[in-house]
Write a protein that binds this ligand. Structure first.
Ligand SMILES: [Zn+2]
Ligand SMILES: [Zn+2]
Length: 499
């Protein structure tokens, strides 16, 4: 016995025969009819997958119900004769304004495999919910005793009665009773609890943990994980709302998820809600806020960890936080005290800004950073980025006197008693450096910070702040002078001003 493998022969893609139906009011007839015919013939002919099957155009008479439908009838006849695969229409009102049988016609055409595509509403009658949408939207144009909302619900329910529309599974908390989604009390309580806890400030993770701790599971005994909690929190079904046209059938007859190619229609009040719209909206706000925050956090902590080094002792820099204040500091200093290393911590914004400057980008992700930067060395006067291509780029450190960024911190000492000097606020908010010993023990004359800055600037020039941090070992203040002792040896002397 011989087994032969048969290669599937390629399916020849038959061109779709496409026609357009136009209806033009008499008022605008002259320019509009010609314009529509040429618009449609061009539209059809420029699509290589389409074959032009003609434009059918009727004149409508505005303000009356009279409509000449000769062309419409001819279109249907040609469809029935198998000459057309797809009909393009500008909008539902053009097709169905005063006729229920237009809808009926759409259905009939659909049964024959002929699609009708409404341009303005972006609806394809062969899409999953297409026919339903047509029913709904066409009902806007119809004068009936029922309100529009009722009409929509009625339309959807009628459709539901024929079975759950594809793609509409009963969400957790509901069950399908053959006609509509009904609340499953035990599950419904869990959904409500999830929203309640979330609105009270708990995280999805904490909620999942709490539920797991009580042995609560989802469908099929699966645990309700953090992701499930998030899915529940963002599912509009819990407001009793249903989204239509979630999927559609593409030109190649492939079902596709609607990611904005077609409008999605929301039908509110479809079934009993578990959550009010207000609470649902609040939950979305909280989620967005948290996503934004965690985005910031990750974009900072993750790319930097492990590659930030101390330029003073060579040890690693780690992230420390205190409230909103985030900074990176030397591990040696953190472990062994401030005398073990003379490095200065760097504010996280400054670190991020330095990397942005060097990378010449406002945004970078971990992969990008790791790809380009092998090491970030924090010096007193600059941030050094060691690039993977061997180059080193430097950015000056910023000392603007804000918290953690005063260049003189830990460097100033009293020359008469050898104690450390502290930064204080004197009268009228003037910042001064004074001996940490009580006045009774040491009478050192306070040095205004403005004078210390003036001294530093005159001795070290522009950008003195970084130079002070980087190369000054110690600043000694006596009543008549300020001595800047350099790390490499040597010193600068400043004569104190009188007064
Ligand atoms: Zn260090
Ligand atoms: Zn002193």
């Amino acid at each position: 016995m011989k087994i032969r493998r048969v290669q599937p022969s390629p399916i020849l893609q038959k061109k779709l025969r496409v026609a357009a139906y136009a209806r033009v009011s008499v008022d605008t007839l002259h320019h509009s009819l010609a314009a529509q015919v040429s618009y449609y013939s061009a539209l059809i002919q420029k699509n290589p997958a389409w074959e032009y099957a003609g434009v059918y155009a009727d004149e409508g008479i505005t303000g009356t119900s009279t409509t000449h439908r000769d062309e419409f009838k001819r279109l249907i006849a040609d469809c029935n004769a198998g000459k057309i695969d797809l009909v393009l229409v500008k909008s539902i009102s053009r097709f169905a304004r005063d006729t229920v049988d237009c809808l009926h016609t759409v259905r009939q055409l659909k049964e024959k495999g002929i699609a009708v595509r409404f341009e303005r509403e972006n609806i394809d009658s062969t899409s999953e919910d297409g026919e339903l949408l047509l029913t709904l939207l066409a009902s806007f144009a119809q004068e009936e005793s029922r309100s529009i909302g009722d009409n929509i619900r009625w339309g959807v329910r009628r459709r539901f009665r024929q079975g759950i529309p594809n793609g509409h599974k009963a969400p957790y908390g509901y069950t399908w009773d053959g006609e509509m989604f009904r609340i499953v009390p035990s599950e419904g309580e869990i959904v409500k609890e999830i929203f309640r806890r979330y609105l009270a400030g708990e995280s999805a993770y904490a909620i999942a943990k709490t539920l797991a701790g009580r042995g609560i599971t989802g469908r099929k005994g699966r645990p309700i994980e953090q992701t499930t909690v998030k899915d529940i929190l963002s599912n509009i079904s819990y407001m009793g709302t249903m989204a239509l046209q979630k999927n559609y059938i593409s030109e190649g007859h492939i079902r596709k998820r609607n990611k904005g190619e077609l409008p999605m229609y929301l039908v509110e009040g479809m079934f009993e809600p578990l959550v009010s719209k207000t609470d649902f909206d609040k939950a979305q706000e909280i989620r967005q806020r948290r996503v934004a925050q965690s985005g910031n956090r990750n974009s900072v902590r993750m790319p930097f960890s492990g590659i930030v080094k101390c330029g003073c002792c060579g040890s690693g820099f780690s992230r420390r936080t205190a409230g909103k204040y985030r900074r990176w500091g030397c591990n040696t200093k953190e472990r062994k005290g401030s005398t073990a290393c003379d490095s200065r911590p760097i504010r996280e914004e400054e670190l991020v800004a330095a990397v942005r400057t060097v990378m010449e980008k406002d945004d970078f992700d971990t992969a990008e950073l790791r790809h380009k930067v092998s090491k970030i060395v924090i010096h007193g006067d600059c941030v050094e980025l060691h690039l993977t291509n061997g180059r080193i780029k430097k950015t000056a450190r910023i000392y603007n006197g804000q918290r953690g960024s005063n260049p003189f911190t830990n460097k100033v000492y009293c020359a008469s008693c050898d104690s450390k000097c502290e930064r204080d606020t004197w009268t009228k908010g003037i910042k001064v450096w004074s001996c940490s010993q009580p006045r009774t023990k040491c009478g050192l004359k306070r040095l205004p910070e403005s004078e210390l800055k003036e001294a530093a600037e005159s001795l070290f020039g522009d950008g003195y702040e970084g130079k002070i941090v980087q190369s000054v070992e110690r600043i000694s203040i006596s009543d008549d002078e300020v001595i800047f002792q350099l790390k490499e040896g040597g010193a600068y002397r400043w004569q104190r001003q009188c007064g």
